[in-house]
Design a protein around this ligand. Structure first.
Ligand SMILES: [Zn+2]
Length: 97
């Protein structure tokens, strides 16, 4: 009976060790990776519009966000412009190539 008790304690101890070992490793490997591509722009060649339909900025100035809309790729200079357009697409007609 005493041996069983000791075996149980050992099992508990091993389990505790295991969780303690795995926790720091997971925290180190997960964690948000630093994003360096916030200023990434899409080349005009992959867009179907010639200018940001929301603010009117030419696509050649650098489009940072895109949507697929009615089968076309529309570029926007910023996330704000994309969201503004999506709220009212009819109020901001897209100029296609
Ligand atoms: Zn814009």
């Amino acid at each position: 009976m005493k041996q069983l008790f000791i075996a149980g304690l050992l099992a508990l101890g091993l389990a505790a060790c295991h969780t303690q070992d795995s926790a720091p490793a997971a925290a180190a490997s997960v964690g948000p990776a630093p994003t360096q591509d916030t200023t990434k722009t899409y080349p005009v060649s992959m867009l179907d519009n010639t200018k940001d339909p929301f603010c009117g900025m030419p696509a050649s100035a650098g489009m940072e966000d895109t949507i697929h809309w009615n089968g076309k790729v529309i570029g926007f200079c910023s996330k704000e412009c994309k969201e503004g357009f999506l709220k009212d697409p009819k109020g901001h007609p897209v100029t296609f190539k």
